[in-house]
Design a protein around this ligand. Sequence first.
Ligand code: PHE
Length: 339
Amino acid sequence: MKQKIEAIQEKAFGLIKEAATLKDLEDLRVGILGKKGDLTLVLREMGKLSAEERPLMGKLANQARNDIENLLEEVALNLKQKEKSDKINREVIDITVPGKKFVLGKKHPITQTTQKIEEIFLGLGYEIAEGPEIETVYHNFDALNAPEEHPSRDEQDTFYINEKVCLRTQTSPVQIRVMHNQKPPIKIICPGRVYRSDDVDATHSPVFHQVEGLVVDKGVTMGDLVGTLKLVAKSLFGEKTEIRLRPHHFPFTEPSAEVDVTCWTCGGVGCKVCKNECWVEILGAGMVHPNVLRNCNLDPDIYSGFAFGMGIDRVAMSQSGINDMRLLFENDLRFLKQF
Ligand code: PHE
């Protein structure tokens, strides 16, 4: 038995020293010291030995087991260190490789125009309000005094989610939300995205941008509206700009007007931009309809107000000389970089 143990130990030492991976080492451990390992099988034969021999062999076998375990541990440690240094060598980073260029973006022309408009109104003491783009039919139409049969409510014109919910067709529903939640004096603008069921062409897009304005207080007059619009037109298009109001109809204002400014390209003498009309239409406006005030629990005998709505995309296009609306939404950097 002594020879058997010595032979197993010698063979084990040879194999363990040559092990190339931790996995090989584990296989060897199981093959020698495991339940069915070589050394374990030899020890099972101890019962056949005489009473004098048994403790001697037992001691020898334990010694062999300890020696093998120690060697396994030592080789495992070496292999682990080698694997680690191999990994470090493999993953070496070449810091001389040229980096990726970071391209700095620019504000989209619509964002630039929106911010310019916001700046003007913040300077006049207005606050910026926001509302949801998915809006109730109540806020978008009913509360704004647009009756059931109003053409803008047609399925051809409006994207409905269901009978009671649609994509807002205008920023005017934000007026309703603010008046429901806030007592006058109210002085807000609400810029945002709006949706209409239009086919895409050079001047139409099913998604575009508006900025709504609303002022409600005691004693607000049409004169206040005209004065405000004059000031805004001059800030936006230049000191020499004049405005012109043409009577119009909106369900939520009375009286209502469409508002033109003198052409910012020719100054009002006629050119390609204004199609020789000298004036360019930029917004709709009017005095808040008494029904709208009532819908928001405000007494029209005490309060009055004005509202206006302006298309941002149009202003952005005309100010940057862009002649096709589609260019604003294609997000082609070669185009957008120019502004
Ligand atoms: N909401 C109107 C539109 O989209 C514009 C508007 C706003 C007109 C406020 C008057 C007052 O056409």
